[in-house]
Design a protein. Structure first.
Length: 349
């Protein structure tokens, strides 16, 4: 091994991508997590027979996981970049509440069969995603300008976004969606899979390519590994972090649209734990809470594990509350493994 005191310094741009050791560690983690998912599927298939191992049931699992997938993708970028966003559930609720009201207002009266439903739905989607992105910009600017940890900033915006949503709705869910919202998005299918599943899959694929193959992805890894070193190498760290939060907010707004399309109503009180679910999925998928490591593939597997677990427990008549116990245990194990790997890498260097 070359002596670290005499070796020539590594170019700053090289640090933008994960080192070979980190890539190997991440790949191994992803493989083990994927193996755990396969074991769960095999276990429930044997335990429940054809009831679980059925195309319709797998379709339901993917459908239920589609919203979480969107939130987890945004969370993965943030965690890899060394940030956290606890406000995503509240931002989702606020965005979907305002978006739903726009849809109802523009679509026209129900007595006339919502004559402008197409325009209303299109505007509602744009408004929901735009408002989510605006909350992300606010979070990112506050984190980078006020120099307060993102944990605290987003904890505050969590309360603000949810409180505003409750003020707008007076604490009640928005109902009266035009049927086209549900038939064209919520329950519509393409190649036997619901449209929300395709949307979530497309976002995950694009995000995975961006993270693994582009300069933006390399910068995200670099900032999460060492923000100061990234800044000295010429990366505009503050701007990059604002973009990461904006992406997260936009994905929360998109998830809100899919939520309304699926349930035909808003869910003002139904997303209080979305932040924890998304963070757990990313960490279980092999990302490090300290930043600088993670993949979208691992995140996707981390989303599917609790979805499969919850579905399988219901089918074999086990209280679904055990899912919370199991996911908590897996999360603790994942963080413990991350600490062990970090210690090994520190000693090796």
């Amino acid at each position: 091994m070359t002596d670290t005191l005499t070796a020539s310094p590594r170019p700053a741009t090289e640090g933008a991508a994960p080192s070979r050791t980190r890539r190997v560690a991440t790949t191994m983690t992803g493989n083990w997590v994927f193996l755990a998912l396969v074991i769960l599927i095999v276990f429930f298939s044997v335990k429940a027979g054809g009831t679980f191992f059925d195309l319709g049931n797998f379709r339901n699992v993917l459908f239920n996981a589609s919203g979480t997938m969107l939130l987890a993708v945004g969370t993965a970028f943030l965690i890899i970049g060394g940030q956290l966003d606890l406000s995503i559930g509240s931002v989702l609720v606020f965005s979907e509440v305002v978006g739903a009201k726009v849809i109802i207002a523009v679509s026209g009266p129900a007595a006339k069969s919502y004559p402008d439903a197409t325009l209303g739905i299109a505007l509602g989607i744009v408004v929901s995603i735009g408002l989510g992105a605006a909350w992300g910009v606010l979070n990112g600017v506050l984190v980078t300008r006020v120099k307060i940890p993102s944990f605290i900033i987003t904890l505050g915006s969590l309360g603000m976004a949810l409180g505003l949503a409750q003020v707008i709705t007076k604490g009640t869910d928005v109902t009266g969606m035009p049927p086209k919202m549900i038939t064209s998005i919520g329950i519509a299918r393409f190649l036997s899979l619901p449209v929300p599943v395709w949307i979530a899959a497309a976002v995950a694929v694009v995000a995975g390519l961006v993270l693994a193959k582009t300069r933006f992805g390399r910068y995200t890894y670099a900032i999460g590994s060492n923000a100061e070193a990234a800044r000295r190498s010429g990366i505009k760290v503050a701007r990059h972090i604002v973009i990461l939060f904006t992406m997260m907010g936009a994905l929360a707004g998109l998830a809100g649209v899919l939520d309304v399309a699926r349930y035909t109503t808003t869910q003002v009180s139904g997303h209080s734990s979305d932040n924890l679910v998304a963070i757990a999925a990313v960490i279980i998928g092999g990302a490090s809470l300290f930043g600088g490591r993670g993949t979208i593939f691992g995140t996707a597997v981390g989303v599917l594990i609790p979805a499969v677990l919850n579905n399988g427990l219901v089918i074999i008549n086990v209280q679904p509350f055990w899912q919370t116990v199991a996911i908590g245990a897996i999360l603790i194990l994942a963080v413990a493994m991350d600490n062990i790997k970090r210690s090994q890498q520190t000693r090796a260097s």
